[in-house]
Design a protein around this ligand. Sequence first.
Ligand SMILES: C[S@@+](CC[C@H](N)C(=O)[O-])C[C@H]1O[C@@H](n2cnc3c(N)ncnc32)[C@H](O)[C@@H]1O
Length: 409
Amino acid sequence: MKDITVAELFAGVGGFRIGLEKASTCFRTIWANQWEPGKKVQYAFDCYDKHFGPSLTNSNEDIAIAKKDCPAVDLLVGGFPCQDYSVAHSGGAKGIEGKKGVLWWYINDIISERKPDYVLLENVDRLLKSPAKQRGRDFAIILRCLYDQGYYAEWRVINAAEYGYPQRRRRIFIFAARKTTKWYSAVIKSADESVRSVMYKTGFFADQFKVRGNDIVHEFDLKTKADGNDYIDLVDISNNFKAEFENTGLMLNGRVYTSTTTPYPHKQKTLADIVESDGVDDKYFLGDNLAKWEYMKGAKKIERTAANGHSYTFSEGPIAFPDPLDRPSRTMLTSESSTNRSTHIIADPKTGKFRFLTPVECERLNGFPDNWTDTGMPEKFRYFCMGNALVVPLITRMGKQLLKITKEK
Ligand SMILES: C[S@@+](CC[C@H](N)C(=O)[O-])C[C@H]1O[C@@H](n2cnc3c(N)ncnc32)[C@H](O)[C@@H]1O
C-alpha cells in the first residue's frame, strides 16, 4: 500500500505518531514540530527527537515561524489548546485578524498553504462550549475556516475510559477531509440518504467508536444566520454566532448537524490494571504528609475577602482519597507531580500505604510504552508531558479507519 505522509504539529512526546505507527507502517511522519514556549531546555522535543530522530525534519521552533517549513502531506495531525478564536477587522474592511499567539491560526495557515487531504485534531471538550458568554463561537470559527478551505468535518467527544482504557480522559477529536477525496464523495452520498447514518454508522468515527444515537439532531448553518441573511465573513460569525454543539456532529457544505451519542458499554480497564504491584521506590510514598493531603482532598467552605473588600465563601467538594483502584483514573493534568488536590494518590497494592503514581504508571494511563519519557528529563517533566499527551490507542483506532478510507486512493 502507498505511504500516507504525515505532519505532526504540537507534537509533544509523539502521541499521534506512536498511535499511527501502531496502526500501520504506511504512516510516514515526514515533519514534526514541537516547541515549549519560554523554556530554554526543550524536554518534550528532546524526547521526541531521541525516539524519532535525530532528524532535520523534527522542528523545535515556534510554529508561528516554523509553519513555512511544513511540507505538503496527506495527513496533518495535532493536539492544540482551547484559546480565544475571536476575530476582528484590521487594516481596512477586508483584513481579518485573530488574536496573537492563538495556535489555531497557524494550523489554518498550514491547511491553506499545503492543502492536506485529511486533518485530524485534538482539543479539550470545553472547545464545544467556548467562550462561556457566547457558547459555540470558537468551534463555529474552526468549522467555518475548514468550510472556507474546501473541507467537510466530523467531530466526536471521546472519553477513553468508555472505550476500555484506564483513564477518564475526555477530549474532542476533529476529522476533516478535502472535497477532492473519494472519502468526501462517499460521505456526501451517505448523507444524502441520512445524516444520522453518517454520525452513527458510516462516518469517520462511527466504525471504531461505536455509539447509540439519540433521535434528536440539531441543524444550523455556518453560511446563513437564523434571520435568513448570510454571514458576511468570519468576523460576522465571531460577533454573532451562538449555538449548541453536542458531543457528535458533522459539518457538510457549511451546514452543521449535531446530536448526543452514547458509547455501547465496554469492559472497563481500571487503575488496578496498570499500577505496579511491587518494587515501587520509597520516594513515591507520602510518609508523614497524610493530614495535609486529607485536607487538600476534602470538602471545604472558607470565608474569603476579595481585593475589593467583598467577602465570599469559597467552597469545593471532596475528591476520592485515595483514588479507587477498581475504577479508571481521573484525568491526568500537567500538574500531576505537584502538591495539588488533583494529583492522584493511591493505596499501594502491595503495602496498602499511600503513594503517588510513578511516571511509568502515568505513561500506561495514556497507553504510551513504559519509560517512553525516560530520556533524560527531570521526573517532574515526565509527569508534565503525560498531562499534555493524548491516549495513544485512540489514535491507533483512528489510524485504522484512515487506512480504510485511503485504500481506494
Ligand atoms: C496538548 S500538547 C500536545 C501533546 C501531544 N499530542 C503528545 O501526545 O505528547 C500541545 C503541545 O504544543 C506545544 N506548543 C505550545 N505552543 C507552541 C508553539 N507556539 N509552537 C509549537 N509548539 C507549541 C506544547 O509545548 C505542547 O507540547
